[in-house]
Design a protein around this ligand. Structure first.
Ligand SMILES: [Zn+2]
Length: 107
């Protein structure tokens, strides 16, 4: 994927409606592409800034952006770890089943 493909996902990412896999892929790209990170920061400034101005809230948009990215990275990492754990448990269950089948306990 190229930068312009990721840019189509900014809105969903900022609204937190982008699915896990696309979020993970976008975060990975952002960690190696400063141009996209700056572009997303601008989007964040515009969307979040407008929202907070309307609600009268105060904000430090730069640190908020970094905090938001950090939170999303942690969430993506936890989701990946949960998927890995699920696959390991499933694989272990299959192995145990085969073991008992081979031993003739289930037959
Ligand atoms: Zn990029």
């Amino acid at each position: 994927m190229e930068c312009r493909d990721y840019q189509k996902e900014y809105r969903d990412f900022l609204e937190d409606t982008l699915d896990e896999r696309k979020t993970e892929r976008l975060l990975k790209h952002l960690s190696s592409c400063s141009a996209c990170t700056e572009e997303l920061r601008t989007w964040y400034l515009l969307t979040e800034g407008m929202r907070r101005l309307e609600s009268g809230g105060t904000f430090d948009i730069t640190s908020d952006f970094e905090r938001m990215l950090g939170t999303r990275r942690k969430r993506a990492l936890h989701a990946r770890q949960a998927r890995t754990l699920f696959v390991m448990i499933l694989f272990s269950a299959i192995l145990v089943s085969y073991f008992f089948m081979i031993c003739g306990i289930l037959i």
